[in-house]
Design a protein around this ligand. Structure first.
Ligand code: ZN
Length: 101
């Protein structure tokens, strides 16, 4: 009986710090649609795509989980009036955070 040794191919030079199969661009695309996703305003196929990505991407999964949590908290409270400028700033901050990765 021979002991089989599974050798891992050395070709895959994946930087351990950023093991993201989808690439940042894909994440950003999704982030742009996240607020609509949370509000259930997206067509089913895009929702599915986002869910699939979330399953494969810890970064986005954590992000959307906290976002969803925030949205839930906000919904159970009297909504603060946000100006369109504040909304825009918030959106920019989110996209900035995603860009910084
Ligand atoms: Zn992602």
């Amino acid at each position: 009986m021979t002991k089989k040794k599974t050798a891992t191919p050395k070709k895959q030079a994946v930087p351990s710090s950023r093991r993201h199969t989808h690439g940042q661009g894909h994440c950003l695309d999704l982030l742009r649609q996240l607020s609509a996703y949370i509000d259930d305003e997206l067509p089913a196929d895009i929702c599915l795509e986002i869910r699939r990505h979330l399953g494969a991407c810890p970064n986005c999964e954590v992000f959307i989980a906290s976002l969803q949590h925030t949205v839930t908290l906000c919904r159970h409270r009297p909504a603060p009036q946000l100006t369109s400028v504040e909304r825009m700033n918030m959106r920019c901050a989110i996209l900035d955070a995603a860009n910084a990765r």
